[in-house]
Design a protein around this ligand. Structure first.
Ligand code: GLY
Length: 320
């Protein structure tokens, strides 16, 4: 009910003369909630993932319609997914082989190529907030572990105890040494705002049963995340070691920038190359006009896209 009232108010706002941004045609947001198999999932879990993607896309899009930036939209949408235990990021992060959670995240501002990243953090409620803080308030790009956690405390960001991340099912998966993250996925968002600025962000708990200290692609600028105004923004999900070696996110943008490939073609080439190396994964991307690409080489990738006030595309599995 609350959702319907909120939608009605938003629709009223869109058509109100008070509405400040008249040209909304380029505003767009694309989201992933992980690539993989999404098998053995209950109907409830599938619906929960779809609903969360919908809410995250609507929320980020509405923020930009109200004049907010793509950076704000990326952060807001990722926070929604980090707070939802159905995703492998923030609260839903998977366990390491020592049965702890270690989270990675990054964010990038395409207007100036500024970036912030965190790796192997254990107690910060929303890693994406810390990545953004590092980008905006320090002269560095990436912090890990205790150093990053110290900054979170100094910044007044919310920290939590291990019980916040507890999940019996994920614990059992780690204890049984299941190395995949096929059931729950990394999250990522790319957005283009009314000012033409592209931003991208990615957040993850990494791979189930990973070795302590292992860092994936999500916090590596150029591998898991890239944003560059006038070219593209990308966020990846999949087997991080391969994304790092192929520099996936930047590679897609390089193909667009220098080879003049369109966003779908560029993303497809890089995802196909990943497959030929034996790696599973996918990417979301936007070009400078907000054209999306949602490309993956797995049976499914939880994904959403929104570029108009009254429709949000949400899908997990491949087209029928
Ligand atoms: N793509 C997430 C990871 O490998 O950590």
């Amino acid at each position: 009910m609350l959702h319907i009232i909120k939608k009605t108010l938003i629709n009223f706002f869109f058509f109100s003369p008070l509405f400040l941004i008249s040209d909304t045609k380029d505003i767009s947001i694309v989201i992933h909630g992980g690539a993989g198999w999404f098998t053995s999932m209950t109907e409830e879990e599938i619906e929960g993932i779809e609903e969360a993607l919908n809410i995250a896309a609507d929320s980020g899009y509405e923020l930009m319609l109200e004049g907010g930036t793509s950076l704000d939209a990326v952060e807001r949408a990722i926070i929604i997914l980090e707070d939802n235990p159905l995703f492998n990021a923030g609260r839903g992060s998977v366990y390491t082989s020592e049965l702890r959670q270690e989270m990675d995240a990054s964010i990038m501002d395409g207007s100036n190529l500024n970036a912030g990243a965190v790796a192997s953090i254990t107690n910060v409620k929303n890693p994406i907030k810390l990545a953004r803080y590092i980008m905006e308030k320090t002269e560095h790009v990436m912090f890990s572990s205790k150093g990053a956690e110290k900054i979170a405390i100094e910044a007044g960001l919310e920290t939590v105890s291990p019980s916040y991340f507890y999940s019996e099912e994920k614990l059992q998966r780690a204890k049984n040494k299941i190395k995949t993250n096929s059931k729950k996925g990394t999250v990522g968002v790319v957005a283009l705002d009314a000012y033409g600025n592209i931003a991208a962000g990615t957040s993850t708990g990494g791979m189930t049963n990973k070795m302590p200290g292992r860092i994936g692609d999500s916090p590596i600028i150029g591998a898991g995340t890239w944003a560059e105004n006038g070219v593209c923004g990308v966020s990846g999900t999949g087997h991080g070691e391969y994304f790092i070696r192929l520099n996936v996110a930047k590679e897609i943008c390089v193909l667009m920038k220098y080879e003049k490939l369109d966003v779908k073609k560029a993303a497809q080439i890089v995802i196909d190359r990943l497959k030929s190396m034996g790696a599973d994964g996918g990417v979301i991307a936007l070009d400078e006009n907000g054209t999306p690409a949602m490309i993956f080489n797995t049976p499914a990738m939880a994904r959403a896209y929104k570029d108009s006030p009254d429709y949000t595309f949400v899908q997990i599995y491949k087209d029928n």
